[in-house]
Design a protein. Structure first.
Length: 155
């Protein structure tokens, strides 16, 4: 059997030339499957979405799948961005998002907090303390105590 040229699968990924395209606008797509695909692309190609845009996508007026994607990308940035995103969502009215954030925060406290050598930036310390006070009852006494100490001591 003879196969013609171009019958095989098309190339994809970084060598296909599309990985460097700005796909961040597609994070707001109404279809969750599109947002998940964009999330995967952005996570594998590095932090390409401006952090300010991600904070805006995390807002309460956005669909759950958009907010989940923004949360995941923020959590991938650095420890204190992750903690801030988790604390913001821990007290959210959307119980699914709140539970995900609380679970992520608990995992960070259990595994990653001890390896966080960068102290809490002065610019967000007050905000983190306020967020922590607001959700302290929802995240558990042990995690709240550890976070309060890490935030207060600078790491």
């Amino acid at each position: 059997m003879i196969r013609g040229r171009g019958c095989g699968p098309r190339p994809y990924g970084p060598s296909a030339g599309w990985a460097h395209a700005d796909v961040s606008a597609m994070l707001e797509d109404p279809a969750p499957v599109v947002v998940r695909a964009v999330l995967t692309t952005v996570r594998t190609s590095g932090p390409g979405v401006p952090v300010e845009r991600l904070w805006a996508l995390l807002g309460a007026g956005r669909p759950r799948h958009v907010r989940q994607a923004a949360h995941r990308l923020l959590a991938d940035r650095d420890a204190w961005t992750r903690v801030r995103a988790d604390l913001l969502l821990a007290g959210d009215a959307d119980e699914v998002l709140s539970l995900r954030a609380r679970t992520d925060l608990s995992a960070w406290c259990a595994r990653d907090a001890a390896q966080t050598y960068q102290g809490c930036p002065d610019g967000i310390r007050d905000e983190l303390e306020e967020l922590l006070s607001a959700v302290e009852g929802r995240i558990g006494e042990g995690d709240a105590r550890l976070l309060r100490w890490l935030i207060g001591t600078g790491g």
